[in-house]
Design a protein around this ligand. Structure first.
Ligand code: CP
Length: 335
């Protein structure tokens, strides 16, 4: 493994091996495995879990890390190709990113979607441009349309909970005051399909996942014995569900149009996951969410504070699986 950019770059068997390494490091820690190694973390967007869990994972393996928050204590970065840099940004990523990579052994980058043009965001061009500037291993800490570290942690959470491979996995749209990126829903639907689950994407009209995201998930499902479908019928989706994975995302019919998106979501306040959503679900159905979550907008207190919620385990597993990713990318094989 040279980079960690997308679960789709690996086979199901390789992901299962990576999760086995995560389990091994959990039970038999290797506190010197990455002694002397340095991880550089470059954030263009805020984070709590990703930032803290990457640093913690690196420290647990004996390595160290530094964090650069773009524009905060650094020069402001320009990212556009061909930009005439006579405004506020003083440094282009074409210089800044390779410079940072000189100081470390691997680079993690978080750079969200622009949220203005769907095709551009689906192409991942901004993230791929930056990753292409680095000659060291690159870890995707959330790009326009992917969040592989979250997806890997969620796969481990499903395994920890002994959720059967063929269980019904419902990725449900949830309410939020404004449009959020497609990275987590895209990564989640693909992860559950690649795990071989029966995946239902539940969303109101106007929020269908783009064809490219659904096709990728359907291909993963076909290769691994799963299924993927999409519906706006909540009763149909939740009936018999083993997992409800709540996630907020922006309208795809009005992508980049904040006013039209807001008009649509103004009528969708009942898309807040409540206990009543689980009345026809499997008895032990769990609630997943990547966090952060808006309480009583996306998910009600009664669910987040109840026995169904596994959000803390998901967050904990971020550190566990990222340790495996770092180990795989940076450890020296023992002969
Ligand atoms: N789930 C997740 O990536 O959290 P942060 O945005 O806080 O890193």
């Amino acid at each position: 493994m040279n980079h960690f950019l997308d679960l789709a770059d690996s086979s199901r068997e390789q992901i299962v091996e990576l999760l086995a390494l995560a389990d091994r490091l959990q039970t038999r820690p290797e506190p010197q495995a990455l002694a002397g190694k340095i991880l550089g973390l470059l954030f263009f967007n805020p984070s709590l879990r990703t930032l803290a869990s990457m640093q913690a994972a690196m420290a647990k393996l004996g390595g160290t890390s530094f964090v650069v928050t773009a524009g905060q204590g650094t020069w402001q970065f320009e990212t556009r190709r061909g930009a005439v840099m006579n405004g506020a940004p003083a440094e282009h990523v074409r210089e800044g990113v390779p410079v940072l990579s000189h100081y470390c052994d691997a680079v993690g980058i978080r750079a969200f979607a622009s949220g203005t043009d769907l095709d551009t965001d689906l192409s991942e061009s901004a993230f791929r441009d930056m990753a292409g500037l680095v000659s060291k291993p690159v870890i995707n800490l959330e790009s326009a349309i992917n969040h592989p570290c979250q997806a890997l942690a969620d796969w481990k959470t499903l395994d920890d909970l002994k959720v059967p491979r063929k269980a019904k996995f419902v990725l449900s749209w949830a309410n939020h005051p404004r449009a959020l990126p497609l990275a987590v829903p895209a990564a989640t639907v693909h992860m559950a399909a690649m795990r071989g689950m029966d995946v239902v994407v539940l969303r109101p009209e106007g929020f269908a996942l783009p064809g490219a995201i659904m096709r990728k998930a359907m291909e993963a499902a076909a290769a691994n014995g799963g299924t993927v479908r999409e519906t706006a019928d909540r009763d149909d989706a939740l009936n018999g569900a083993h997992i409800v994975y709540a996630k907020e995302w922006g309208s795809t019919t009005h992508y980049g149009n904040a006013e039209a998106d807001a008009n649509l979501r103004a009528k969708l306040a009942d898309w807040c996951v409540r206990d009543t959503w689980f009345s026809t679900a499997a008895a032990d159905c769990k609630l997943m969410h990547c966090l952060p979550v808006r309480r009583n907008v996306a998910v009600a207190d009664e669910v987040l504070d109840g026995k169904r919620s596994v959000v803390q385990r998901e967050a904990y597993n971020r550190m566990v699986v990222q340790a495996a990713v770092l180990h795989r990318l940076l450890s020296t094989p023992q002969h």
